[in-house]
Design a protein around this ligand. Structure first.
Ligand SMILES: Nc1nc2c(c(=O)[nH]1)N[C@H]1C(S)=C(S)[C@@H](COP(=O)(O)OP(=O)(O)OC[C@H]3O[C@@H](n4cnc5c(=O)[nH]c(N)nc54)[C@H](O)[C@@H]3O)O[C@H]1N2
Ligand SMILES: Nc1nc2c(c(=O)[nH]1)N[C@H]1C(S)=C(S)[C@@H](COP(=O)(O)OP(=O)(O)OC[C@H]3O[C@@H](n4cnc5c(=O)[nH]c(N)nc54)[C@H](O)[C@@H]3O)O[C@H]1N2
Ligand code: SF4
Ligand SMILES: [Mo]
Length: 728
């Protein structure tokens, strides 16, 4: 028997813990804690379950070609080579008929790990601008908006901070474990924690200050904090005077938000708002860690900008205990370079959907930030958290469904359950039905894969080498080693794009014939290869350098922190942050619904097919306060339907005293792999939050085109458990 042990970057969820992985005869057998005591706690039960996931009996092992009607789950097994030949031919036909903009790609990249920007590289060579990603709703868009204020996306210094502000963000022991551990450690050192959450979440329960704001009102709350900070002179006046532009304009805007108004919008007591603002501003080292909550609101751009403005005006930027602007790791060639963004012509960039109406993370802004980005960070483009210059997903699905403003006829989903991972699932479904070619690259037969023409099996993290670079968010590099063998016909995502590129005559642009060769290339600037890296250790963290802007300025057009954004102003948007309310509740839809509260056993739409995880949470649950349940005559544990003007979700009712009255929580990502019913696509139309929200332009964040998932109107009714769900 051959046994192997290696370091792995777990990709079951996107926080990427480094763990130890063991295999026997090419099959992964165990995932265990790190051998370094500082990292040993960074593991959760999903990571431990990775062998069950990677060895699952329903794991895809052979390329499949659709034989039945689209979405009916009938397949023929074919070889990888045949699949790639046919995909290339069909894509060429689409490109001939529609132009390269007639192709769209959706990926998250968290889990496939291995793309190395080969998707962007291929698309840029082809002239295809319509790349979208789940990071449009999660961190990628935060990165793009942070760049407008100070040119990078900072990371909090958890080790040294005195105050942590969690805008809803609720890491738990089995949900983003490393962040949970860092918060616990900071708390143990005496750091204060402020939580803003409508619910008494796990983090709120132990917080120093808990602001139970109404869902969807974060931007107003931040404006209230700034009002207190400016009125009481708690801002860092020297830093503001020397390094910020637009202070007077910002102050005038903030004056429009006296605490009476902020309290009326958020539902939080004025004194408590002021207490929290003072605690944050006077902490001598405070952080607002990234949160997905403000990534998914109608005022998303303003809310993200307000976080960045709070960091800057309180002097927490690039200082010990505050938030550091990392820049690129000089030892690793960044994806920003590998992507070849300069090869895509200006004309094709301008065809990127979203460019006109919702440009904040499209190429349009990337071009505006090119010169300062190159000056400060050494590269013209900064792909931070993969995002920053992508198309607007809603516009892409509209073009796929209605061929407006032009047709998109080929769609690729790699490691991304696209059908359920954006707003307006009905439109995405319609979009998929109108395609000439859909390719899914997956570990399992998801609802998205069921809609494909070709389903290609991917490899899993135990089956490949990798160096995780946190997608340029930080400068840390982590080692991941292959200990197991992938299924024979499986590919990693780099291989997929390279094999397609070769079929398009782009071989000279892809001189690295395997993923391992790309890793060697990416390390070559430090004179090393992958094997040198693994021989040296499991992780590299370059020393942090503070206040780098003193030498370089900030990577914005003015070189300063732009409290009033010149880029937003030049694009015709309000350059100052503001609060915009979400759609109002009514007699018909009296509750404010928010999605999220991630379930410990699953990552997003995944793992419902893994028994040991599903047993921990067999069905989706909607949370409601006991007073609301009483009024609706509903009892804990019965099946209900949550309805909005756009769709409905079936789930079990969970009556919870820690909910805020008038609010409902709907989980994300539920489908039922055990359901054989293709009418609902294995239950994808029974309990998915993606059916609940519209993505009509007037309901999107103006600047980015982001939907409002936190605080939209809905109601609940009694309903039978849907038959398709079966015995689970
Ligand atoms: N409606 C709605 N949409 C959302 C959200 C929401 O709350 N509601 N949340 C947003 C957020 S926060 C995020 S982070 C994104 C997440 O969006 P995604 O990153 O797409 O997350 P998943 O739903 O887990 O889908 C990932 C898929 O990749 C597959 N996979 C896993 N590992 C590999 C691999 O190594 N190779 C390949 N080829 N495939 C692999 C899994 O089987 C799974 O089907 O969704 C966003 N979209
Ligand atoms: N086990 C597990 N862990 C995960 C994931 C997973 O799928 N499973 N997903 C990972 C990913 S990709 C992400 S993005 C994170 C997401 O996880 P979190 O950052 O924790 O975010 P959510 O789970 O969406 O919601 C967190 C809190 O936000 C509150 N909330 C709802 N609406 C609002 C609002 O409008 N304002 C404020 N301030 N608070 C509000 C909710 O009450 C809830 O307590 O989790 C990560 N961790
Ligand atoms: S928190 Fe769990 S699932 Fe996520 S990377 Fe760490 S071990 Fe893996
Ligand atoms: Mo996320």
């Amino acid at each position: 028997m051959t046994t192997k042990t290696g370091y792995s970057i777990c990709s079951i969820c996107d926080i990427g813990c480094q763990v130890r992985t063991e295999s026997e005869d090419g099959r992964v057998t165990r995932v265990i804690a790190h051998d370094n005591p500082l990292l040993a706690k960074n593991i959760c039960f999903k990571g431990v379950a990775a062998p069950s996931i990677h060895n699952a009996p329903d794991r895809l092992r052979v390329p499949l070609k659709r034989v039945g009607e689209r979405g009916k789950n009938r397949w023929q097994e074919i070889s990888y080579e045949q699949a790639m030949d046919e995909i290339a031919e069909r894509l060429k036909k689409v490109v001939n008929e529609c132009g390269p903009e007639g192709m769209a790609v959706s990926t998250s990249g968290w889990n496939t790990q291995t793309t190395q920007a080969a998707d962007r590289r291929f698309m840029n060579l082809l002239g295809a601008p319509n790349w979208i990603s789940g990071v449009s709703l999660c961190a990628g868009n935060t990165a793009a908006i942070n760049r407008l204020t100070y040119g990078w996306f900072p990371m909090g210094d958890f080790q040294n901070t005195n105050c942590i502000v969690l805008f809803g963000h609720n890491p738990k022991k089995h949900s983003w474990t490393p962040i949970y551990n860092m918060i616990e450690a900071a708390r143990a050192r005496g750091a204060k924690v402020i939580v803003l959450d409508p619910r008494v979440s796990e983090q709120a329960e132990v917080a120093d200050v808990h602001l139970r704001l109404r869902s969807g009102t974060d931007a107003a709350m931040c404006l209230g904090w700034l009002k207190v900070i400016f009125d009481e002179g708690l801002h860092d006046k020297k830093f503001v005077a020397k390094w910020c532009t637009g202070f007077d304009e910002l102050k005038a805007r903030v004056d429009e938000y006296p605490l009476e108004r902020v309290s009326a919008i958020t539902g939080v007591d004025q004194a408590l708002i002021a207490e929290a603002a003072r605690l944050y501003a006077t902490a001598d080292g405070a952080i607002i860690p990234w949160t997905p909550i403000t990534d998914m609101q109608i005022s998303s751009t303003s809310a993200i900008r307000l976080h960045s403005i709070l960091r800057a005006v309180t002097g927490n930027l690039d200082v010990v205990g505050g938030e550091t602007l990392g820049g690129f790791n000089p030892d690793m060639i960044p994806e920003s370079e590998l992507a070849l963004h300069d090869v895509l012509s200006d004309d094709q960039k301008a065809k990127q959907l979203g460019y006109e109406k919702h440009p904040a993370y499209t190429y349009r802004v990337a071009e505006m930030l090119k010169a300062p980005t190159e000056k400060v960070w050494g590269y013209p483009y900064a792909d931070i958290v993969m995002g920053c210059h992508m198309a607007n997903p809603s516009e892409v699905f509209r073009a796929m469904a209605y061929e407006d403003p032009y047709p998109i006829k080929a769609f690729f989903a790699l490691g991304n359950n696209a059908l359920m991972s954006y707003p307006n699932q009905h439109q995405i479904h319609k979009a998929m039905l109108n395609q000439d070619l859909i390719v899914a690259h997956e570990l399992f037969m998801t609802p998205t894969a069921m809609m494909a023409d070709y389903v290609l099996p991917g490899d899993a993290f135990s089956e490949r080498n990798h160096i995780a670079d946190t997608w340029s968010w930080t400068t840390r590099l982590g080692l991941s080693q292959k200990v197991a063998e992938p299924p024979e016909q499986a590919s990693n995502s780099y291989q997929f794009w390279r094999d397609l590129a070769v079929r398009f005559g782009f071989e000279e642009w892809f001189p690295w014939s395997t993923h391992d060769e790309v890793l060697d290339y990416r390390l070559s600037r430090s004179g090393r290869s992958f094997s040198n890296f693994e021989a040296q250790g499991f992780m590299e963290i370059p020393p942090v350098r503070y206040r780098k802007y003193r030498k370089t300025g900030f990577a914005t057009p003015s070189g300063k922190v732009e409290l009033s954004s010149s880029v937003l102003g030049d694009l015709g948007f309000d350059p100052l942050p503001y609060f915009r309310p979400g759609p109002a509740t009514s007699e018909e839809f009296p509750y404010l619904v928010f999605n999220g509260v991630r379930e410990d056993p699953f990552f997003q739409t995944g793992q419902r097919n893994i028994k040991e995880l599903r047993d921990r949470c067999p069905v989706p649950r909607i949370y409601m306060h006991p007073d609301d349940a009483k009024r609706e005559a509903l009892t804990d544990g019965e099946w209900i339907e949550l309805q909005t003007a756009y769709g409905a979700v079936s789930a079990e009712l969970s009556v919870q005293p820690n909910m805020k009255t008038g609010h409902l929580r709907v989980p994300h990502g539920w489908w039922y792999p055990e359901a054989t019913d293709t009418e609902t696509l294995a239950g994808a139309f029974l309990s998915s939050d993606a059916v609940l929200c519209s993505d009509d332009d007037e309901l999107l964040d103006h600047e980015q085109g982001i939907p409002h998932f936190k605080g939209f109107p809905g109601r609940v009714v009694k309903a039978a458990k849907p038959d398709a769900i079966g015995a689970a």
